[in-house]
Design a binder for this molecule. Structure first.
Ligand SMILES: Nc1ncnc2c1ncn2[C@@H]1O[C@H](COP(=O)(O)OP(=O)(O)OP(=O)(O)O)[C@@H](O)[C@H]1O
Ligand SMILES: Cc1ncc(COP(=O)(O)O)c(N)n1
Length: 515
């Protein structure tokens, strides 16, 4: 089956428009709506009616752009995008409400979008925030009621329902249902009565028309203060599920199950000190394959592929592999390698001193020691203690390592390529090894089980540090890793095997990966 054939068989993704206020803390308003729409499987669009300056503790200020700009946003959307459902949230004042009503008139009547399906409208009559701050001008009451003629469902909370029913705030679920019936009858729409503000061990919600309860859902009342934006999230998810399935009882049940989980999992988040937000995407994240997208190390490796290719194409490597490398070039390399390893061991000692935990301290100290003992022994055996002056390439690489030593995470990342790239190069060289190979002892050195284990540990340490690092540190770590990788290329490329030839090493990979 072709890819396009599969795509045709899937139901199309519904386009859900949220018309609401912005909550910069991300828990309510437009921000909550977009997350809820995404969690419910819809494509979210957002027209902003008002900007609030708020956090989880309360609303500090509200800025309402001119109502004509709301109309601009709405007409821009409608001129291009099909809208399957509309969720309406905070509207701030009567001008905004009137402008929205005028626009809804154009799309909800036959004179509007020719031939297009009329979008379902769910209206959350946002009046007062969880924090107690007013989000609607009290003088807008009449305009809001007028807007109900364009709505299929309204989702008032208990105090809002009381206002709409022109009665007292309901103290029991039965009173709430009674008020919802009256409002549903007056405006000829469905009312979702929500029990969040009542007392009791359960939280009931019901879709109600003039005749009574159409469908009811219930969840245990969760002991949490993370209820900022529950009303916004509920109405946006309900709009999406209804657009997808076209069946109110199912849409409400799906919404309630998700909402309850999102409230339960709100403790996973660390957002603010007041009424925290829901964890809108918790169930989605749960469904991701274990560790998916979490291990950046393969991505780091992928990003240095051009550098690795450059190394593998060097005459030094191909001739070393074939056993045709001139001894003078090999000894040039060994001399610089011996100098490098001394510096490398000393920087690993610094990493040991900086390491925040015992295991990492031991790893870097042991690596520094083995680097000095075993590898220098090999060099001394071949070089007879005759060390050359450091080359520009050796100096440059060691300077980079030393300058990375100010910060443990950056240093760890800078040290890694010498493990990882050597392991990779070593494996290739070892595969070409044979007893008569002129550099057999050298080739076998890097392709040992022990070196593999050290490399794995260096990668694990880097991953762990990266995981706990701030975003800016992650960027610095990647840069240090990439620069060290380039120095590896420069280091391998410095012998006469390459410098006496025409081609420059390929220094290409400069693109930072997403980390
Ligand atoms: N403590 C809770 N435990 C479980 N569900 C809750 C809790 N509080 C609210 N809910 C649910 O959250 C949804 C929103 O209900 P609520 O009555 O609080 O509306 P709201 O006041 O408009 O919301 P908001 O907190 O955004 O102002 C309903 O489904 C309600 O049952
Ligand atoms: C922009 C905006 N819209 C709606 C709400 C209501 O949500 P809550 O009652 O949970 O504070 C809000 N606080 N901010």
């Amino acid at each position: 089956m072709t890819h396009s054939a599969t795509a045709h068989q899937r139901p199309s993704i519904k386009n859900i428009l949220s018309i609401a206020g912005s909550d910069p803390s991300g828990g309510a308003g437009i921000q909550a709506d977009l997350k809820s729409i995404a969690a419910a499987g819809g494509y979210g669009m957002a027209v902003i009616s008002a900007l609030t300056a708020q956090n989880t503790r309360g609303v500090r200020a509200v800025h309402v752009p001119p109502a004509s700009f709301l109309t601009e946003q709405l007409t821009a959307i409608a001129a291009d995008l099909h809208i399957d459902a509309i969720k309406i949230g905070m509207l701030a004042n009567a001008e905004v409400i009137t402008a929205l009503g005028d626009w809804l008139n154009t799309i909800r009547t036959p004179t509007g979008l020719a031939g297009a399906m009329v979008p379902t409208v769910i209206l959350d009559p946002v009046m007062i925030a969880t924090s107690g701050d007013s989000l609607l001008d009290p003088a807008a009451d009449a305009a809001l009621r007028q807007l109900f003629t364009h709505a299929d469902v309204i989702t008032p909370n208990i105090p809002e329902l009381g206002v709409l029913a022109r009665g007292a705030v309901a103290a029991t679920w039965e009173q709430a249902v009674g008020q919802a019936r009256a409002v549903a009858a007056e405006y000829r729409l469905l009312v979702l009565a929500k029990g969040g503000h009542l007392e009791g061990t359960s939280c009931r919600d019901a879709l109600i028309d003039a005749t009574g309860v159409l469908t009811e859902v219930s969840s245990p009342r969760l002991d949490t203060q993370n209820t900022h934006g529950t009303g916004c999230s509920l109405s946006a998810a309900l709009a999406t599920h209804y657009a997808r399935g076209g069946h109110w009882p199912t849409a409400l049940a799906q919404t309630k199950t998700w909402l309850t989980e999102a409230i339960t999992r709100s403790d996973d988040l660390r957002v603010g000190h007041g009424h925290g937000p829901l964890n809108h995407l918790a169930t989605l994240w749960d469904r991701a394959p274990e560790g998916a997208g979490e291990d950046p190390m393969p991505h780091w490796w992928e990003e240095i592929t051009p550098i690795l290719t450059g190394i593998n194409q060097l005459a030094f490597i191909t001739e070393l592999s074939a056993g045709t490398l001139a001894l003078e070039h090999f000894e040039d390399y060994l001399g610089q390698d011996a100098l490098y390893l001394r510096g490398y061991a000393s920087v690993m000692s610094k990493a040991s001193a900086l390491a925040p935990d015992e295991a990492a301290r031991r790893f870097w100290a042991a690596s520094a020691a083995s680097c000095l003992e075993e590898e220098l022994a090999l060099h001394r055996g071949r070089l007879g203690n005759q060390l050359p002056e450091p080359s520009t390439a050796t100096d440059a690489y060691l300077n980079h390592l030393s300058s990375s030593a100010h910060d443990y995470p950056v240093l760890v990342a800078a040290l890694l390529p010498c493990f990882w790239i050597y392991q990779d190069v070593g494996r290739r060289l070892a595969a070409a090894n044979h007893p008569e190979h002129p550099y057999a002892d050298w080739l076998s050195n890097y392709a040992s089980e022990e070196f593999d284990a050290l490399t794995r540990e260096a990668i694990n340490i880097t991953r762990d540090v990266l995981h706990h690092a701030e975003p800016s540190t992650r960027v610095s770590m990647w840069q240090a890793f990439e620069v060290s990788s380039l120095h590896e290329l420069g280091f391998f490329a410095q012998t006469g095997a390459d410098t006496e030839q025409q081609s420059d090493p390929v220094l290409t990979a400069q693109k930072a990966p997403a980390i």
